[in-house]
Design a protein around this ligand. Sequence first.
Ligand code: NAD
Ligand code: UDP
Ligand code: UDP
Length: 310
Amino acid sequence: MKILVTGGAGFLGSHLCEKLLLTGHEVVALDNLVTGSKANIDHLFSNSKFEFIRHDVTFPIYLEIEGIFNLACPASPKKYQSDPVQTLKTSVHGAINLLGLAKRTKAKILQASTSEIYGDPNVSPQNESYWGNVNPIGIRSCYDEGKRAAETLFSDYHRQYNLDIRIARIFNTYGPKMAEDDGRVVSNFIVQALSNQPITIYGDGNQTRSFCYVDDLISGLVKLFDQPGINTPVNLGNPVAINMKDLANEIIKYTKSESKLVFKDLPQDDPVDRLPDITKARKILNWEPFVDREAGLNKTIEYFKNILSA
Ligand code: NAD
Ligand code: UDP
Ligand code: UDP
C-alpha cells in the first residue's frame, strides 16, 4: 500500500514510517517540523519507497494514497500549550483535510487520538465507553477538545460517507527519538538524571501514569489499522501504573545518577490518575505490550546517552 503518515518526522511517526517500510509499504511522511525533526527520518531517505513532504495539515493537500495514519499534532503539554490556537487548528482543520483526502481517494484512515480525551478521569482504569471529565476552557483544552472533536469528525465521516476509519486512543508512550527538550516526563527525567541536574517533580509526585514502550505501541497501531471493520475507538497503552516519584527514583537507579528530586508547582488540570483498560485491544487485536519498564527505560537511557554525548 501507499501510506501517508502525517507527523511522520515526530517521535511516534518516525518509528511508524520505519515499521511500514519494513513490511513493504510505500511511505509518504508529511510534517511541518514544529516538534519533529528530519534527524528522526534521515536514515530513511535512501529508501526509494520513502518520500517526505514539508506541509502543515491545517492546509488542504492533494495526493494519491491508499492509507493514512494521522499523527500530526504536538503531544507534549509544554509544546501544545506554547501555541494553543494552532494546536486546536491542527486537530480540527487537520482532521477535516485528511478526512477529505481519504474520502476522495477512498483511503483507510487512522486517527492518533489520546487518553487525554478522558481528561482528569473519575474512573480508573478507563475503558472506551467512559466519556471523560474534560475542562473545556483550561490550558489543556486546546489538545483535549481538539482530539475529541477529531474523534467526532472521524465518526461522522464514517457514518455520513462510509469512510473506513480507525481511532487509536494512545496512552503515555516513551522511547528513543523523543526530543531532548520535549518536556514530557520520561525524557525530562532521563535528561536531568544523565546530566546530574535536579529531577523536576510537578506537585507531590503521587499522580500516576502508565508508560508504554514505543515498539509495543507501534505494533498495536499497525494491528488496529490492518484489522477489518474496527470503526470505534480502541485504547492502546501499558496497563501497569506508577507514580512520578517512583518513576524518578527508578530512573535515578538505572542511570546511577546523583540527581536529587525538586518539587515544582503542579500544572493546572494535570490528571491525577490515568490507566488504560486494554481488554478491547486484547480481544479484537490479540495485542498487549511486552516490554516492561526496566527494559524500555534502559533502551531509552542508552538513546539519550548517545544524544547527549554527541
Ligand atoms: P511529536 O510531537 O513527537 O510528533 C508530532 C509530529 O507532528 C511532529 O513531528 C510535528 O512536527 C508534527 N506536526 C505538528 N503539528 C503539525 C501540523 N500542523 N502539520 C504537520 N505536522 C505537524 O509527538 P508524538 O508523541 O510522536 O505524538 C504523535 C501523535 O500521537 C500525536 O497526534 C499525539 O497526539 C498522539 N499521542 C501520542 C502519545 C504519546 O505518549 N507519545 C499519547 C497520546 C497520543
Ligand atoms: N481536501 C484535501 N485533499 C483532498 C480532498 C479534500 O485537503 O484530496 C480538503 C479540502 O480542503 C476540503 C476538506 O478536505 O475542504 C474536506 O473535504 P470534503 O470533501 O469532506 O468537504 P468539501 O470539499 O465538500 O468541503
Ligand atoms: N511531570 C513531572 N515532571 C516533569 C514533567 C512532567 O512531574 O518534568 C509530571 C506531569 O505533571 C504529569 C506526569 O508527569 O503528572 C506526566 O506528564 P507528561 O507531560 O509526560 O504527560 P501527560 O500525561 O501529563 O500528558
